[in-house]
Write a protein of this length. Structure first.
Length: 640
């Protein structure tokens, strides 16, 4: 039995490796099949492709990489999956419709709205791309890099025999009890008691601590204070999250707190504030950078000179080139060292923690935000660089994205956050006071997901938009006899009449408030559906309807995943499913419904077919709760 206990963490990690291999094989095969079968218009709709492209200029970035600027139509609002670090390939469509692919790949360096910068291998590759006269496109290429990084991290963790990594492996996987320091509790008057307790537990943890933050409970605020207080005791920490967006969010809050943040890896949707804290921008602003740029220019000129030189002149040019290169390398090292020495927080994605800029660097504490969305293997990448770990998130909100059902059933969807919460509850601090929702909106998720532990802060508990308005409404479409349809191209679900009803309900509610008041008070709206095709159809309807033009900037339409971490005054949810079998498919994942409902501050309106949905215990209980505490509207059949 003793041997089984000692080796179970390694066996567990080996199982993780096998499941991750399953996911990798599945995703690679699926991508190749989709690319082979799908035409260009279909790939564009799936968010995998931009076509046709407008190609811009090529230039060198601060890391001396060749980047090409490109854009798509300004009015193209199709959701896409391009983001920083993803590999892409280029193609051109000839007059006869034949597709010719480039011989080289690129990597997304920056993307915002309809503009993108892509790193290409060389100036020659950029010139070849810009010489194409046919219609040009770019599509996502299968990204095996992140998988290879996770595989490498798992192997490193399994191979550790002694030292801090071996100890953390035994603690985090449950073979060894976590250690604690005895420190006097600090008072943080601007935090509530549950937040203050969480910060103190983080400071006392020798190995691991968890901040469990249900919706609206100030998880980010608490995590920022935990980082700030940790930096009173430590020189530098590493802050990570699964996505670029989450890293940017926590980084921005740390900057607001006065912390010197070095952001490694460009943010996906970068704003000017965070761009100035990226490694690239800091590098460019360094006083020695103009000299480095001059050296790089001289190197390029010397290379051109060598090509046209002969004999002793060629040898002299080579010697000069070698000296120039050495000077450039020395200067790069000097700038890099100064940037990292000045930074108190290094921030990046979990996979980004394997960035070559962080090679050989070690951190006393690692903070992982949104840990409930992170694959365990991704967490281990950053853990290999750290002495202790603090995880923050909520395992009852969005899970990691896993495409292979067999791998998910095998346990790949079980996160490190879940594992630690189950095996080491003593490491967990749950935040209990929420500052987002009206208490009637809060009570149901609190009861279903959080053992009735959530409390509404007094300032939000009873606020509303319209006097005597119910904070929760269910618009039951049963009498309309609506039926969902399956969209073959991505196996999504679409319910056009329900989307049209949502837009009607939205207009009626806006008219009750008044557009002038909405603009004056900046009342904002979120329209959510679990299905991307439904989201796209709702966007189409809103865009076509001129009534919404004055307040379009206050209406956000997205999938549940797109609303993670966000909130709006009014939330509409289109549940789509309507069938005689009570089949709700994707809606069985209640964590997504938890996220959707808890985005609302003052008003939540759910639109769905009650007979279909209430065959499931969760939706039955929700419908009954809204019947008692809110309002149910039964939409009459057309013509009655």
């Amino acid at each position: 039995m003793a041997n089984e206990t000692i080796f179970s963490p390694v066996v567990d990690l080996l199982r993780q490796h096998q499941l991750l291999q399953q996911e990798y094989d599945h995703e690679k095969l699926f991508f190749e099949e989709q690319t082979r079968k799908a035409g260009i218009p279909r790939r564009v709709r799936q968010g995998l492709c931009w076509f046709p492209l407008r190609l811009g200029k090529a230039s060198h970035n601060s890391l001396n990489q060749v980047v090409v600027e490109m854009s798509r139509e300004e009015n193209d609002e199709t959701e896409h999956l391009f983001e920083y670090g993803k590999p892409v390939c280029f193609f051109r469509e000839k007059e006869d419709g034949q597709i010719i692919y480039s011989r080289f790949q690129g990597t997304v360096s920056y993307v915002q709205d309809n503009r993108m910068l892509v790193v290409v291998p060389s100036l020659e590759a950029a010139a070849e791309l810009q010489s194409w006269v046919a219609r040009v496109g770019v599509q996502l290429y299968f990204d095996g890099t992140s998988y290879q990084t996770m595989f490498a991290a798992l192997k490193e963790v399994m191979a550790a025999r002694t030292g801090r990594l071996a100890h953390l492996r035994e603690v985090l996987l449950g073979s060894t009890a976590p250690g604690w320091r005895k420190l006097p509790a600090i008072r943080l008057a601007w935090l509530n008691p549950s937040q203050e307790k969480a910060v103190n537990k983080v400071l006392c943890a020798k190995d691991v601590a968890v901040v469990h933050g249900p919706p609206g409970t100030g998880k980010t605020t608490t995590l920022v204070e935990a980082v700030y207080e940790t930096l009173r005791r430590e020189t530098q920490v590493l802050v990570c999250a699964q996505s670029n967006t989450a890293v940017d969010w926590i980084s921005e809050k740390l900057v607001d707190r006065g912390v010197n943040v070095l952001r490694v890896g460009n943010p996906t949707r970068v704003n000017e504030k965070m761009m100035s804290f990226t490694y690239e921008k800091r590098f460019e602003k360094h006083p020695s950078y103009p000299r480095l740029r001059s050296l790089r220019k001289a190197i390029r000129e010397e290379l051109a000179r060598i090509k046209s030189s002969r004999g002793t002149k060629k040898e002299a040019a080579r010697n000069h080139l070698q000296r120039l290169r050495q000077q450039a390398v020395d200067l790069e090292i000097e700038i890099d060292a100064q940037l990292f020495n000045e930074a108190r927080v290094v921030a990046c994605t979990l996979v980004g923690s394997a960035n070559r800029l962080l090679l050989g660097k070690r951190f006393s504490t690692l903070f992982i935000d949104e840990a409930g969305q992170a694959l365990e293997a991704a967490c281990w990448i950053a853990i290999t660089r750290s002495d202790r770990v603090v995880l923050a998130g909520d395992h009852l909100q969005l899970p990691p994205t896993i495409k292979c059902h067999e791998a998910a059933r095998g346990g790949l969807d079980r996160t490190l956050l879940q594992r630690i919460q189950k095996k080491m509850p003593e490491t967990v601090s749950m935040l209990t006071i929420q500052y987002r929702m009206h208490e009637d909106i809060m009570h149901f998720p609190s009861r279903w997901f959080y053992q009735n532990k959530l409390e509404a802060a007094p300032e939000v508990g009873h606020r509303n938009i319209l006097e005597f308005d119910s904070p929760m409404t269910w618009v039951d479409t049963a009498a309309l006899g609506l039926t969902e349809t399956q969209v073959a191209e991505n196996f999504g679900r679409l319910n056009k009449p329900e989307a049209e009803l949502l837009v009607t309900q939205l207009r009626e509610y806006i008219e009750r408030i008044g557009i002038a008041r909405i603009l004056e008070e900046t009342i904002d709206f979120g329209l959510i559906s679990p299905y991307r095709v439904q989201v796209q159809y709702i966007r189409h309807l809103i865009k076509q309807n001129r009534f919404f033009n004055p307040i379009r900037h206050l209406i956000t339409i997205h999938t549940v995943d797109g609303f993670q971490g966000q909130e709006r005054d009014v939330i509409f949810i289109s549940l789509v499913r309507a069938n005689e079998n009570g089949d709700i498919g994707f809606l069985n994942d209640l964590r997504r419904m938890n996220v959707a409902m808890t985005r609302a501050r003052m008003k939540l309106i759910i639109i769905g077919d009650a007979p279909t949905l209430t065959r499931h215990a969760f939706y039955k209980a929700l419908f009954e709760y809204i019947t008692q505490k809110g309002k149910v509207i039964t939409v009459p059949p057309h013509g009655t």
